[in-house]
Design a protein around this ligand. Structure first.
Ligand code: C2O
Ligand code: CU
Length: 480
């Protein structure tokens, strides 16, 4: 087994094997200047978990290191050397979602690195300069791999953060299960071409719900991650005061949840929030739930345990995010439209289904076999589309950009840009406070304006409803 594991070694910094069709031309990252302060190995593999209750059958899930949603905590400033080992029986890669990093460690097969074959490994060198709540997941056959649970949490701690009386991490994920614990098809055409294929078994940290402790009158920091493949959730809190203090890990001036439309924060797949919840002084409990669906899903109850010495009003704001600030006046503008392929807005560049080059590319990108979606009349290769689309934009390192994302489809899309934190400037529906994020939910008919300072590399830009991404709703920016 060991010898086999060594066979696929590819060291990130030297493995610039993007095919020449992308014409990769970038200065390689200086590996020798990177001095790791922490090292971890993340081995993807199968394990059993009882998702249908303690008396129910077990399900074969995928996890890193045999720990569902393995959670890493590192201080800000860490230089992390993370070795991904592929212990599952299909190709995979590891992507650290939301981390600003050298492009060659971004984990996108074909574009930034070769696919890691079963038994292979890949070394990621990551400077963890932004504090916050992040996560990591495969970037290959995500409907299949992330759909079976392959994901982990990365918390970058900031010593300047206020001290909370309690802190809890909540990973929300639905599963598509039959009664015997085996899987229903993780994707179905009717879902992939519309709002996605939903799971009916809803979980938080792998359980139906959790009961958490916090001192009466105290402040609880909840880090909530939507790691579902499909579901958009309306996160609300009952029984206590709550403030939104960070989005996708990045601090924003605290917003009282009750002051947001409907008293909820709408969160698509891959989005995270940090809440500051003040427990009632009288010891009564607080519930946290998804209030979007007709049947509300209350996933966490905070019950009082003990009392705080000194009561603090709140909110407990996090230190201001220190991110590159886009220069709006000088910024170059782009506008991208999210489209349904059935609108015939997406160019038909299909090749005969037996084209071997098309098949090789599709296999190395690990995407679906049908195209339902596009961005700006282009689709990420699926089915028989042989080539990567040209970059949606060519940008200059260090320059500022305003990117408008327009949704012309009938479904909402959480749109994610790799390797950057962008500032969400405005929404045509007027529903979003200004904040930094790495993923933004764009509603049907909505246009959202984002702004950022471009970092060098080839970065994908895609919908994080995994079936949408795998059926065409992905493009990329080239920054030189
Ligand atoms: Cu969570 Cu392409 O990313
Ligand atoms: Cu989508």
């Amino acid at each position: 087994r060991r010898a086999f594991l060594g066979a696929g070694v590819a060291f990130g910094g030297m493995a610039l094997l993007a095919p020449s069709r992308t014409g990769a031309a970038r200065a390689p990252f200086d590996v020798s200047a990177f001095k790791p302060t922490q090292e971890v190995t993340l081995t993807a593999g199968e394990m059993e978990l009882k998702l249908l209750g303690p008396e129910g059958p077990a399900t074969r899930i995928l996890a890193y290191d045999g720990t569902p949603f393995r959670t890493l905590r590192m201080p800000r400033g860490t230089r992390l050397k993370a070795t991904f080992v592929n212990g599952i029986d299909e190709g995979s890669t590891l992507h650290f979602h939301g981390i600003r990093m050298p492009n060659e460690f971004d984990g996108v097969p074909t574009l930034t690195q070769p696919l890691v074959q079963p038994g292979g490994r890949f070394v990621h060198l990551l400077p963890l300069d932004d504090p916050g709540t992040f996560f990591f997941h495969p970037h290959c056959d995500e409907t299949g791999q992330a759909g079976k649970g392959l994901a982990g949490v990365l918390i970058v701690e900031d010593s300047r953060d206020p001290v909370f009386d309690a802190e809890h991490v909540l990973c929300l994920k639905d599963w598509r299960l039959k009664e015997d614990g085996s899987y229903l098809p993780l994707s179905e055409p009717d879902g992939a071409s519309k709002a996605g294929t939903f799971g009916a078994t809803r979980t938080v940290n792998g359980a139906a719900s959790v009961e958490l402790k916090a001192p009466a009158g105290g402040h609880v920091r909840l880090r909530i991650l939507n790691i579902d493949s499909t579901r958009i959730m309306d996160i609300g809190v009952e029984g206590g005061e709550a403030w939104l203090i960070a989005v996708d890990g990045h601090a924003l001036p605290p917003v009282r949840l009750d002051d947001l439309p409907d008293g909820i924060w709408r969160m698509g797949p891959a989005q995270r929030i940090d809440l500051d919840i003040r427990m009632p002084a009288d010891g009564s409990p607080v519930t946290v739930g998804d209030y979007r669906a007709a049947d509300i899903y209350q996933f966490a109850t905070l019950t009082a345990a003990g009392k705080v010495g000194k009561s603090r009003k709140g909110p407990l704001a996090l230190p201001k995010a220190e991110l590159p600030k886009p220069a709006l006046k000088q910024a170059t503008r782009f506008s991208f439209t999210l489209q349904q392929a059935t609108d015939q807005a997406v160019k038909d560049i299909a090749l005969p289904p037996d084209d071997p080059l098309a098949k090789a590319l599709i296999d190395s990108l690990c995407v679906g076999s049908t195209t339902y979606w596009g961005i700006q009349s282009e689709s990420w290769p699926t089915g028989t589309r042989r080539n990567l689309p040209p970059p949606l934009a060519r940008m200059e390192e260090g320059a500022s950009y305003v990117v408008e994302i327009k949704n012309e489809t009938r479904f909402p899309h959480p749109v994610h840009l790799h390797g950057h934190a962008f500032e969400v400037m405005s929404s045509s529906l007027g529903r979003l406070p200004r904040h930094f994020a790495d993923t933004v939910l764009v509603q049907p008919g909505e246009a959202v304006e984002t702004a950022f300072v471009a970092a060098r590399g080839d970065w994908v830009f895609h919908c994080h409803i995994l079936e949408h991404m795998e059926t065409g709703m992905m493009g990329w920016f080239r920054v030189v």
